[in-house]
Design a protein around this ligand. Structure first.
Ligand code: SF4
Ligand code: SF4
Length: 287
């Protein structure tokens, strides 16, 4: 599986990481990822969702009021990092997804808003509203079904693609390709290309925060088993959780004994693609 679009994603994402925000307690994250809903309309064979023992589908939907409160807090710092809507669910299964995008853009106008979707629901009323309102920077389409699906998307959305508002990412095997895109989801799934768990420090906890659809803040988008929970945004603000003692201990361990604890001890993700500056800053200043 050739993931040629990762580079496109990389440069855009890097741009949203340039404005590092400093807080008295340390650096504020540069990427905020949300699982807006615990549902997905698909059940892909390679996804942890196919095994309820690993991952349970839940009718949980992030609440607009909670998001508004947290965005308002970030607005005080003029947050201009990335907001990513996807996580473990299909964002278009949230009935108010268009409103979430609207308040994101309104309260955090400088943020880079990315939606990651399987594209199945783009032609629903909700999908059409989102496309018409354009309160996002990019729709990143995970195309799983093959080249015919890609051609259809290119035909249907040529205008958005030309403007760079839609990027189609091929998520299927070509002849002779190897399945080398997916991680083992912290050892939970075996895609037949099992690689060893890594031992290097991972940068995720220094620049990235991940909110699940029930409000839990967990280690990162690879922690499908939800082994590490730092707090819940319905109880504490996202900044309080980011600067919490629990998170600090996790970062400290990442410096001193990288990947000794769950879920990182089973993780085969390198984790150094982004966030090197944030990592150095946290390390040098011992925030
Ligand atoms: S579309 Fe994505 S989240 Fe849904 S089952 Fe497939 S891989 Fe999992
Ligand atoms: S080591 Fe793996 S599980 Fe741990 S924070 Fe990094 S990417 Fe996530």
């Amino acid at each position: 599986m050739k993931d040629t679009d990762y580079k496109v994603k990389g440069s855009d994402v890097s741009n949203s990481f340039k404005n590092t925000l400093r807080h008295n307690d340390g650096l504020i994250f540069q990427q905020l990822e949300f699982t807006v809903t615990g549902l997905c309309n698909r059940s892909c064979s390679f996804c942890p969702r196919t095994d309820p023992k690993i991952f349970k589908s839940t009718k949980t939907f992030l609440d607009l009021e909670m998001l508004e409160e947290n965005f308002s807090l970030l607005a005080k710092y003029d947050y201009s990092g990335r907001l990513s809507y996807a996580g473990f669910g299909e964002p278009f299964t949230h009935p108010n997804f268009d409103k979430i995008l609207e308040i994101s853009r309104k309260i955090l106008p400088k943020s880079v808003i990315d939606i990651i979707t399987n594209a199945d629901l783009l032609k629903t009323k909700l999908g059409k509203r989102v496309l018409a309102n354009k309160h996002f920077n990019r729709l990143l389409i995970s195309a799983y079904d093959g080249i015919e699906q890609v051609k259809q998307l290119e035909k249907d959305y040529s205008d958005l693609i030309q403007k760079g508002k839609m990027v189609i990412r091929k998520r299927f095997l070509y002849e002779g390709d190897e399945l080398d895109l997916f991680s083992s989801r912290t050892g939970l799934v075996d895609y037949g290309n099992k690689s060893e768990s890594k031992t290097n420090p991972c940068f995720y906890p220094f620049y990235n925060i991940f909110v699940d659809s029930n409000g839990d803040v967990i280690a990162c988008c690879h922690d499908w088993g939800k082994k590490k929970i730092f707090g819940n945004v319905y109880k504490d603000s996202i900044l309080d959780i980011w600067f919490s003692k629990e998170y600090r201990i996790f970062r400290k361990l990442m410096f001193q004994k990288p990947r000794e604890i769950e879920p990182c001890n089973n993780c085969d993700v390198d984790g150094t693609l982004y966030g090197s500056e944030a990592f150095s800053d946290w390390k040098e200043k011992k925030w």
